[in-house]
Design a protein. Structure first.
Length: 157
């Protein structure tokens, strides 16, 4: 696969914003605030049902959207589907502290925090079925360093 050319000047920053669907959006916003220090930016609440049709929050500068399930529109949470095929990687300064904070807020450990060739990370599921890696990479490692650590199992380019 060809690597994209670096664009030196842009008038608009191109980003991809994850849009999470949950069963219980208000509780999810509370969890993300408690677990990851999320700051809520906006919330659109249906006057009749109390359901959140759209919310925006930020974790350390990373923007996320969130909404309650909307079966009429084909929007379902991992709890309804049975599991999520998507994972979020949250890069932080102190993996252990943030991981423990998330667990204390109600996250379930999938893989405990450990050192790996690319840095330190642990995996967990939030109470709404979304999978998160709490991670800190080692910026001092080159592709050659990583290749030496993983051996022949992977080819790193």
């Amino acid at each position: 696969m060809k690597k994209p050319a670096l664009i030196e000047e842009r008038s608009v920053m191109v980003t991809a914003t994850p849009y999470l669907c949950v069963a219980g959006a208000s509780a999810a916003l509370d969890f993300y605030a408690s677990a990851f220090g999320a700051e809520e930016v906006s919330r659109w609440t249906d006057r009749e049902t109390g359901m959140i049709g759209h919310a925006e929050f930020v974790i350390d500068g990373a923007r996320f959207f969130l909404a309650d399930e909307w079966p009429e529109g084909g929007v379902y949470s991992p709890a309804t589907i049975g599991r999520t095929p998507v994972s979020f990687v949250l890069e932080v300064e102190d993996v252990d502290a943030v991981f423990q904070q998330a667990v204390a807020a109600g996250a379930k450990v999938e893989r405990p925090v450990a050192d790996s060739p690319h840095g330190r990370n642990g995996w967990l599921f939030d109470p709404f079925g979304h999978r998160w890696s709490i991670s800190a990479h080692d910026p001092g490692k080159s592709a050659t360093d990583l290749q030496n650590e993983v051996g022949d199992e992977y080819v790193i380019t």
